[in-house]
Ligand binder design. Sequence first.
Ligand code: C2E
Ligand code: CA
Ligand code: CA
Length: 706
Amino acid sequence: MLRRAVGAGMDFLIGTYDDRLVAASLVIVVVASYTALDLVGRIRSTQGVLLYGWLAAGAIAMGTGIWSMHFIGMLAFELPIDIGFRADMTALSWLLSVMGSLVALALLAHQRLTLARLLGGSLSLAGAIVTMHYLGMSAMHITPAVLYDRAWVAVSIAIVLAACAWALRIGFALPTSGGLSEFGRKSAGALLLGIGVAGMHYTGMQAADFPASSTSAAASELDWRWLALLICNTSLLLLATMLVAIALDRRMENRTAQLVQSLQMANVQLHHANRHDPLTNLGNRQLLRERLEQAIESAHTDRQRVALLHIGLDRFKLVNDSLGHDAGDTLLTRLAHAMSQSAPPSDTVARVGGDEFLILMTGDVGSRTLHRTCERLLALIREIDYGQTRLSGSIGVARYPIDAYDASGLLTASNMAMYSAKRAGRDQYAFFTSELAQRVERDVTIQNELGNAIDRGQILPYYQPKYDVRTRRLVGAEALARWQHPTEGFVPPDRFIAIAERSRQISDLQNCMLRAICSDMRDWRSKGLLVPPIAFNLSASCLRDPDLPDFIASMLSEFELSARDLICEITETAAVPEIEQALDTLGTLRNLGIRISIDDFGTGLSSMSYLRDLPIDQLKIDRAFVARLGQNVDHGNAIVRSIIDLAHSLKLDVVAEGVELESQLSTLAELHCDQVQGYLFSPAVDADAFSAFLNRSTRIRTRPQQ
Ligand code: C2E
Ligand code: CA
Ligand code: CA
């Protein structure tokens, strides 16, 4: 058990190795290295607090692994004397190993592996291993001191440094960089690192000479057999736990990645859906707004112009109702296709409502181009073929920076221009003007004040008398809304009714008018006057209000009136588009006993065909036809005659409105018109003035027969 050192003149102990423990130490160090390399992937893809968690866990696993290898190696080394290890130094050597691993991991776990990082990492790891080893040796507390062969020590350091650098280079390289598979790369790295650490250990042991008289002062401190078992098991357990944790984490990360991916896909789809119209696949308002804002911004910096075209189809509801929704959809799709085909690629075509489109134009938007584009679009709409009736559109044009400075302003301006094109008779285009803006401004004032006006009773019914053509007697009146505005003066109903319809205040207005009419009628009756039926105007939008018949019924009972006292006037154009809903409400009103009159007859679209289906009692000939009576130009008389004949054949009364001249009255008498109203007799007057009319007529009617 003794060997004589050559030239030293001294005897040394001869150490042997326990093969099983050597094998165990090798397994542990390779597994530990594999764990460490595997960890790098985790650390690289983690951020925040978790990163520190992984770093700490990795350092502990790797450090413990390396340390165990060394310690088990030490235990595997048997000297013919009793040896032990000092606990404090042993613990310190473990700490060193862990700290060295920590520095190495922290340095290497970066996305980019630079030479400096590789060198730093290798140095710190190798340094830790070397110090740990020699510190561990001194933990045996051998006296007299162990002698070291310098050459072997140098070799041991060189081995560990080279192995560390090489292993880290392979193992920590990014997955894309090598031909090896991920597992192969890590295994190779782990094997190298294991061999390096083990090689260092065993060459380090080779460097140590234990004098024959050696004793270990720490012999009694730690029992090595028990220690070997404990360390083996603990470190393998630790490493296994670590590997399982990594595997679980990776699975979770994969699942998270999948989730993130499907979420991203859903997001892309959602983004598209949020910005496109599903029917035509054109952009929608949102997309257009975004593009408009961008266009304005770049136009601002480049001193360029932007134009926005608002296209509204005329009476598209009618098309939809007469052809059915499917046909309407096909038509819209065809139109959308045609519009986007004809627009240059720099333009954005969007569908922003059932029958409304917007076109954003950039680049050349000089007025010649705009005029030409509008003409082309109108022609394109007219060419969309859908049977007998022609389709048409109205276009409003607004320009940046002439008409507005931002997206909202431009959208409003083009919308206003579109409405003015519609008002001017449809199938045309209009540019935004400052007069339009003023009008809109006044509209906004009116709209804001309308609610108050209704509440404060500023809106009152005036009554225009109606006369029987044959007897010239008063047979009724039409109630017309009058608003005496405190600052604007008289506001004509044509202005505020349309606004109320748009702002949904029309029901309130309608109800307030009805209440006032019924109240006036009761007052007149209470004065002993004979009160003929009073006609009131009903807006189309109110026909959709399911509470309307109930409200009217409650008014009738509150003011002790009968349904025969009221006549409801609705305009032809109002009745037709919503014919289904209108029929319902009209039916209910008529069942109550209220008579229904069609206002402005002849101005609507497909006049005659629906007459038979509507529950009506009376037609009112529009004053435009009355105005042409007797002028002998176009067949004015013929039209009125045929309306009257048609009405009579359907057993309907005919009222002519807007009668201003005696000659008109006599022609109407010849054509057998039933009733007339107009300035020839009287304009609409307030309730007091109208009671004078009633007074006269009551006296005539109740005059005792002579
Ligand atoms: P409308 O129902 O066709 O009413 C007849 C319009 O012709 C009234 O205008 C009336 O003042 C006017 N008029 C009467 N006789 C003559 C005449 O001899 N020559 C001329 N040139 N005009 C005459 P107004 O009062 O300005 O009403 C305009 C429209 O406002 C009405 O047209 C009606 O559609 C609507 N309207 C008025 N009051 C109400 C209401 O209480 N509710 C609803 N929904 N609409 C109303
Ligand atoms: Ca009317
Ligand atoms: Ca009328």
